[in-house]
Design a protein around this ligand. Structure first.
Ligand SMILES: Nc1ncnc2c1ncn2[C@@H]1O[C@H](COP(=O)(O)OP(=O)(O)O)[C@@H](O)[C@H]1O
Ligand SMILES: [Mg+2]
Length: 327
């Protein structure tokens, strides 16, 4: 069942003005379509500035798209700050990279986990204390940590506390924006495993945003690869990681550290890292693409179905125009 559907959403920012010259608009998100089924995880990957966070905020209705639409549980998102919007917000929660910024330094962890219960009028006082204790256990935090303040916890414990609070309202969707990127690698694995356990136990769907393909591969059923605001390849995670079609995906996958001898040569991309304020014409990836042809510099490739069903935006991949997204 489709839980979340983004249909050709775009978002343009005014952009910063340099010392000289005029501000150039930034196409942060450009005609992005995504579909996430209930209980599944859609990974969104790409380098910094490619529009992942903006896509996440649009999905949650925290930011309106300039064009395109978002449907959640079959309906358009209600206008922000209405009662319907607040009800809906309880069903979709955001977890982002910096747990200290997400938490209130003055409140104990238990008080913060109880907060959404009070806001949404879930349970009585005694029920809430019980629920908070259960949520702490669900995210693997000792009960006594509930009495501490955020700065008294480790980074991993703080992110668990943020998750406990996000889970308090029983959401069906978590948008996780770089949720483990600030954590040590050993702690990352623990938090990732906890997310997988929570998903299995509660059937939550996740929009999992990260620049780290290794982490995305661990959690995702489907993956969308973004480059300068556009999706360049999308499909089942196992397929995409085993046989990436787009040259950009190929380069990203080749750079994933893998132990052992079975390792393809790493593709090192030429040229400058992508600059959202100076989007190259044609295929935005063409200046760095090892196989680009003349057409790539002038004509933007549409996202089309490759033979195996996945979506690819590349002139050099044999694709057919998609028949439209299922919503
Ligand atoms: N609120 C904003 N105002 C102006 N520009 C923004 C804003 N948010 C994001 N951008 C710009 O949009 C582009 C995409 O940003 P973002 O979605 O944060 O990418 P990512 O999460 O992939 O790093 C970047 O160039 C960024 O500077
Ligand atoms: Mg981001």
């Amino acid at each position: 069942m489709t839980l979340l559907a983004l249909d050709r959403v775009s978002r343009v920012y005014a952009g910063h003005r340099g010392l000289f010259g005029r501000a150039r608009p930034v196409r942060a998100v450009d005609e992005v379509s995504l579909v996430l089924d209930a209980g599944r995880t859609l990974g969104v990957v790409g380098e910094s500035g490619c529009g992942k966070s903006t896509t996440g905020r649009i999905a949650l209705g925290l930011e309106p798209p300039d064009s395109g639409s978002v449907r959640f549980e079959g309906a358009a998102l209600p206008p922000p700050n209405t009662a319907a919007w607040r009800r809906q917000r309880a069903r979709m929660q955001l977890v982002f990279q910096d747990p200290l910024a997400a938490l209130d330094r003055r409140l104990t962890v238990a008080a913060q986990i109880a907060e959404p219960l009070a806001i949404h009028g879930i349970g009585s006082g005694a029920d809430r204390a019980e629920r908070v204790a259960q949520l702490l256990a669900d995210v693997g935090l000792r009960p006594d940590l509930g009495r501490r303040h955020p700065h008294e916890l480790s980074g991993g414990q703080r992110q668990r506390a943020v998750l406990a609070r996000a889970l308090a309202t029983d959401p069906v969707l978590l948008v996780c924006d770089e949720p483990v990127s600030a954590l040590d690698v050993s702690i990352q694995a623990q938090v990732v495993n906890m997310l997988l356990d929570l998903q299995a136990a509660r059937g939550i769907a996740m929009l999992f945003i990260s620049h780290d393909l290794k982490v995305v591969r661990q959690v995702s059923h489907e993956v969308a690869v973004m480059y300068l605001g556009r999706v360049v390849e999308q499909g089942p995670a196992d397929m995409l990681f085993a046989e990436p079609v787009h040259p950009y995906t190929q380069a990203l996958v080749s750079a994933i550290p893998t132990p052992g001898p079975r390792r393809a040569a790493r593709i090192v991309l030429a040229g400058d890292p992508p600059n959202p304020a100076a989007r190259p014409p044609g295929c935005a990836f063409h200046p760095r693409c090892p196989v680009a042809i003349a057409r790539c510099a002038s004509e933007t490739p549409a996202l089309g179905h490759a033979q195996d069903g996945r979506l690819v935006a590349c002139h050099l991949a044999a694709t057919q125009a998609p028949t439209g997204i299922a919503a």
